[in-house]
Design a protein around this ligand. Structure first.
Ligand code: BGC
Ligand code: NOJ
Length: 827
């Protein structure tokens, strides 16, 4: 494929750094950027978040219930507290932080390289180079801080290195509030230079944390105030200033972890120091050693530490992590004429999808880790960008989600990953929730062809004895809506639908009352056109599934109900030029030209065509033209227009936001891909791709001063045109935007789409592109797909392994690593 001028990968670069695609890293070149830019450490159970100046924290499985280290959100400066190392020149007494924070010395050559599962922060200060690589080895419940120091002076350097972190007393919510108790319970042990944090181990916990160092230590501190000194903080610790730890032992107050290492480096010499922060569980009956003591049984922890301080162990663990990511990224690789598409699809977007799969909406620099666990609708949608990467974990997640479904077919809005139990803290009764399970299961079936998942017996609300096959859960989800139709035959909205802030039964007039849990109305009137479209999509998927399972009666039922709902949308959900959004509790229209504000909403314009509604009768085209006219901006598509300028009690939280932010006419990036998919379904590849490009973070890198968030991941929101900060991104990382954009670009614009019977090749891409190629692993074989444009349309002619094939589906090749050559000529 001949390169177009745009296809040459330029080191674009933004104001704060650049992409190093060859190493799959983003390189931040100065520490004082507008916001902390973060990365995630960990793949399975042990996780951490880390900013470009080493701020952040770690947890085991659940950011709320098993927090290892403490972090204070919304601090000043915004990001302080983390995995810090202090260096001290013992000849002059001068000290600094090689990660810039918290001492903020003028460093030379500062770089932070965020890579896949690791972050390396490097700098030089007065001839001493320091580089720290932070990562969590695969399948280990620990993190390594691999510090390499190099003396570039022409004289010997006498240095001290201090590690520093603050332990959290496990339950992060309690840790941040229950001081009358917590100031008295902190406990540690020290053995062989290892700091063991064991608060509450004496009673009901069987887990502890340890913080170890590969080198012999000159001292330690485990009490925060001793290390910092009276009235001092992270920026001026007394232990570092004076060049000697206090060897403090925490009794109550604030357990801390700090090692002091002395190093003598000859000119040109490099030394490595590895710090290990880990989590360890003991069986209840073997908690103590000796058994009748209160001393932690450290056998397991010691063995783990020994294995990781061995020379070469950290490098070997890192090599494994790299290999793991390379293997994952190889599942789907694209080569298009657009560098931003390639970079996002091949590296950062699947990486972000993995983070949303792992963390859902729980822990980022905008989600405190104590607010939400795994969301039911969120986690199901996240699978759209994850299922091809690790089908087995996607399968397990689907079963976990289904087990929190209620017998009514409805769902808890979220569950805690540690307990896997539904959590009512942020409510239930969001009437869109149950259908996302169908969307998730359908994506899994199309990717894997593993029909056995439908026969898995899964309980409701985790109640033993209530098990039914997963297929039956999906039937109940469908019935949930049929049993909850409103006056126009559209689905009742309940607490809210996808838009958590369209609270049509809430009517809150009390400050501080939660819009997410308050309902003052009986909920029998307000209806959602969005849920209607989602129901059509779910019904269509269920009909396909039932047909393939030979269940003719169900096939008919699902088809008929989906068609009936599509008809209802046509009759009661169409506003003349676009789709209506909802009916409120008084039966008044929401998202209609008749409204004074909020006349048109993005969700139904994107989702109706996505679900196949209005494709044939021209309504979808008209709705999407209205999106282009009223909602599309240079920074993305806003959620609705005009923005609500005041609070409407009958609409809820949406009107609580100042115009242009969040759900009140912000660019809510999650639903932009619905419009991309809708445009693709209608055959307009230019528009679909243009919408994709506008919110692609890499393509926005050059706008860094305005965009402000990380250019390597999507943010939930970009301020809309009504906001004074139009174009400014917020709430990066944990958003359904990741999965939906991945889905839109790979499956609808590039059009390589796993389906029940094989790999559909249906690209709808820019007319100016001569073509592109894709390498896709699918059900045990690898497909090399060359798409070549011969004409401006979207009609595909397929050749598979040299033989022309009618239609646009490549049938699955036999498993076992077959390589299939596909050519798709598009005219
Ligand atoms: C936010 C929504 C979010 C909801 C969930 C609201 O304040 O605006 O985006 O989904 O909280 O708790
Ligand atoms: C963020 C929530 O996590 C998601 O569930 C919701 O759909 C969107 N906000 C829109 O309100």
């Amino acid at each position: 494929m001949p390169p177009t001028p745009d296809s040459v990968a330029r080191p674009h670069g933004g104001p704060f750094g650049y992409f190093d695609d060859a190493r799959r890293e983003y390189v931040i070149t100065r520490p004082d950027i507008p916001l902390p830019w973060i990365n995630y450490l960990g793949c399975r159970d042990y996780f951490g978040i880390i900013s470009h100046t080493a701020g952040g924290y770690s947890f085991y499985r659940d950011a709320r219930l098993r927090r290892l280290t403490r972090y204070r959100y919304n601090n000043a400066p915004f990001d302080v507290g983390g995995r810090y190392i202090y260096l001290r020149d013992d000849a002059t007494g001068e000290h600094w932080s090689p990660s810039w924070q918290p001492t903020q010395n003028e460093l030379e050559d500062f770089t932070c390289r965020h890579g896949l599962g690791y972050t390396t922060i490097a700098s030089r200060y007065r001839g001493v180079e320091a580089s720290t690589r932070y990562f969590v080895p695969l399948d280990e419940d620990l993190e390594l801080w691999q510090l390499t120091l190099t003396n570039r002076r022409d004289v010997v350097a006498e240095l001290s290195a201090f590690s520093a972190l603050e332990f959290c007393l496990w339950d992060a919510q309690d840790d941040a509030t229950n001081f009358q108790r917590n100031f008295s319970i902190g406990e540690v042990e020290l053995e062989d230079g290892v700091i063991y944090h064991k608060t509450e181990y004496r009673e009901r916990r069987n887990h502890f944390a340890y913080f170890a160092c590969s080198e012999e230590i000159a001292g330690f501190d485990t009490q925060r105030d001793a290390f910092f000194g009276p009235y001092r903080g992270w920026d001026r610790p007394l232990a570092v200033e004076r060049g000697q730890s206090f060897n403090s032992v925490a009794h109550g107050w604030a357990p801390f972890g700090s090692h002091h290492v002395r190093l003598r480096l000859a000119p040109g010499e490099s030394r490595q120091v590895v710090f290990i922060l880990g989590y360890c569980e003991n069986p209840n009956e073997a908690k103590f050693d000796p058994p009748d003591s209160q001393t932690i049984n450290k056998r397991k922890a010691k063995a783990t530490i020994a294995a990781h301080v061995r020379p070469g162990a950290a490098d070997a663990a890192f090599a494994k992590l790299e290999a793991y990511w390379l293997e994952r990224l190889a599942v789907c690789r694209v080569e298009t004429p657009d560098v931003h598409t390639n970079r996002m699809v091949n590296i950062w977007n699947p990486y972000q999808c993995t983070a949303t799969f792992n963390i859902s909406r729980s822990a980022s620099f905008y989600e405190s880790g104590i607010g939400r666990g795994l969301g039911f609708r969120d986690s199901n949608q996240d699978l759209l960008g994850f299922v091809h990467l690790e089908p087995a974990r996607a399968r397990a997640r689907l079963l976990d989600l289904a087990a929190t479904q209620l017998p009514s077919g409805g769902a808890y809005h979220q569950f805690q990953p540690l307990t896997k139990r539904g959590n009512n803290d942020i409510g239930g009764g969001f009437n869109d929730d149950p259908h996302w399970l169908t969307v998730g299961v359908a994506a899994y079936l199309k990717e894997t062809g593993d029909w056995s998942i439908l026969d898995e017996r899964v309980p409701y609300d985790n109640r033993p004895g209530s098990e039914e096959p997963l297929e039956r859960h999906l039937e109940r989800a469908f019935a949930y809506t049929l049993e909850r139709l409103g006056p126009h035959g559209l689905p009742l909205i309940g607490r809210a639908d996808w838009n958590d802030c369209l609270n049509l039964n809430c009517f809150s007039d009390t400050p501080g009352q939660s819009f997410q849990t308050t309902a003052n109305k009986d909920g029998n009137v307000a209806e959602s056109v969005f849920i209607a479209a989602l129901f059509v999509l779910a019904g269509t998927e269920l009909a396909e599934i039932a047909m393939r399972r030979g269940k003719a009666k169900y096939t008919e039922l699902y088809r008929a109900e989906a068609a009936r709902m599509a008809g209802t949308i046509r009759r009661h959900g169409w506003d003349g030029s676009w789709f209506l959004r909802a009916y409120d509790d008084s039966g008044a229209k929401v998202g209609s030209h008749e409204c004074a504000e909020g006349k048109i909403f993005i969700e139904p314009q994107g989702f109706c065509p996505l679900a196949g509604v209005g494709l044939a009768d021209g309504t979808a085209r008209s709705a999407l033209d209205a999106v282009a006219e009223y909602l599309a901006t240079e920074h993305g598509i806003v959620l609705q227009q005009p923005a609500y300028s005041k609070y409407y009690i009958q609409l809820g939280e949406i009107s609580s936001y100042p115009p242009g932010y969040k759900e009140n006419a912000g660019i809510f990036c999650h639903n932009n891909p619905w419009v991309m998919i809708a445009e693709a379904r209608l055959g307009d590849g230019d528009r679909a791709f243009e919408y994709y490009r506008r919110i692609n973070p890499s393509a926005r890198e050059a706008l860094g001063e305005k965009h402000r968030c990380e250019p390597y991941v999507y943010a939930q929101m970009i301020a809309g045109r009504d906001a004074p900060t139009f174009g400014e991104a917020k709430n990066s990382w944990l958003t359904g935007t990741a999965a939906w954009n991945y889905h839109a670009i790979t499956q609808w614009i590039l059009g390589i789409r796993p389906d029940y019977d094989g790999l559909v090749i249906a690209p709808v891409f820019p007319r100016a592109w001569p073509g592109f190629s894709v390498e896709r692993a699918f059900r045990g074989a690898t497909y090399h797909i060359e798409v070549v444009r011969h004409g401006p349309g979207n009609r595909v002619s397929l050749t598979v392994d040299g033989t022309p094939v009618p239609g646009n589906v490549v049938p699955p090749a036999p498993r076992g690593g077959a390589r299939v050559e596909v050519e798709a000529v598009v005219q």
